[in-house]
Design a protein around this ligand. Structure first.
Ligand code: UDP
Length: 248
């Protein structure tokens, strides 16, 4: 099957009923794992992803230590049952690439110099995949880092735009990603500083600008959801007893 066998639009709407510039529903839960220092569960459409953060803690093996800063490790893993055709367990070229680019998307905002000789470990487990797992993973990881109390300059939000049937669309789902003409995931700070940009397929210069604009708008909307999820969790916490007393 290729792109020509699929009709991507029906009456102006996409296969899942979305407009071209519409995100899939996003749901974020903060602090879902008791044993991690920070964690987050995210659903972006059909993607279900969990992120766990550990650290800052001592680096093992020790020769990886950096004297002036913490190192950041990011492991992206796709569960065998997360995709239609069972994925062979264990790392592969794709997961190495996604781990690398995702780490690079987050590292610029982490204040690593506060923690020399330490490591911050980020684990991302994809439980269900429907295209856009790297963007979902980065969104969950950024929230999990904040939940772990890791000092960061800002949040990072990630979203992709794609091209199907000569139309630029936001947040492509699996059929659009696998059989479309292009895919352009980005990650950025709320201020619009881009920390990840990749591209598969082909776009004209004009389409490229349109896709970047659209993906940035999607990332801004995701930022609001990340922020609300963190505010929800932390505004529910009661102030420590001494603080309450001091206020009385
Ligand atoms: N996919 C799959 N098997 C694989 C890898 C990917 O079925 O071994 C599917 C999965 O739904 C994934 C999508 O193809 O989300 C797009 O994969 P891509 O490599 O573009 O990364 P993603 O869009 O998930 O970041």
């Amino acid at each position: 099957m290729d792109e020509t066998d699929i009709s991507f639009f029906k009456d102006g709407f996409r296969l899942d009923g979305r407009r071209a510039d519409q995100l899939r529903p996003v749901k974020i839960e903060v602090g879902v794992l008791a044993r991690a220092d920070g964690s987050c569960y995210i659903e972006m459409g059909g993607n279900k992803v969990i992120a766990a953060v550990y650290g800052p803690r001592e680096v093992h093996p020790r020769h990886l230590q950096e004297v002036t800063r913490a190192i950041v490790r990011y492991r992206y893993n796709m569960a065998s049952f997360s995709v239609e055709e069972r994925k062979r367990p264990g790392p592969d070229r794709r997961s190495y690439e996604l781990s690398k680019v995702s780490r690079e998307a987050l590292e610029p905002v982490i204040l690593t110099t506060y923690f020399p000789r330490s490591v911050i470990d980020v684990f991302v487990e994809v439980l269900q995949a429907d295209a856009g797992t790297r963007t979902a993973g980065i969104n969950a990881a950024a929230v999990a880092l904040a939940d772990a109390g890791i000092p960061m300059k800002s949040m990072i939000s990630s979203c992709a735009a794609g091209k199907v049937a000569d139309t630029i669309v936001l947040d492509p789902m699996k059929e659009e990603d696998n059989f479309g003409q292009a895919d352009l995931p980005i990650a950025m700070t709320p201020g619009g500083e881009i920390t990840l940009m990749q591209m598969d397929g082909g776009l004209t210069r004009e389409e490229f600008h349109q896709a970047v604009e659209m993906a940035m708008k999607g990332a801004r909307d995701i930022y609001e959801i990340q922020r609300n999820a963190l505010v929800d969790k932390y505004s529910q916490l009661e102030a420590p007893a001494e603080e309450v007393k001091a206020c009385e």
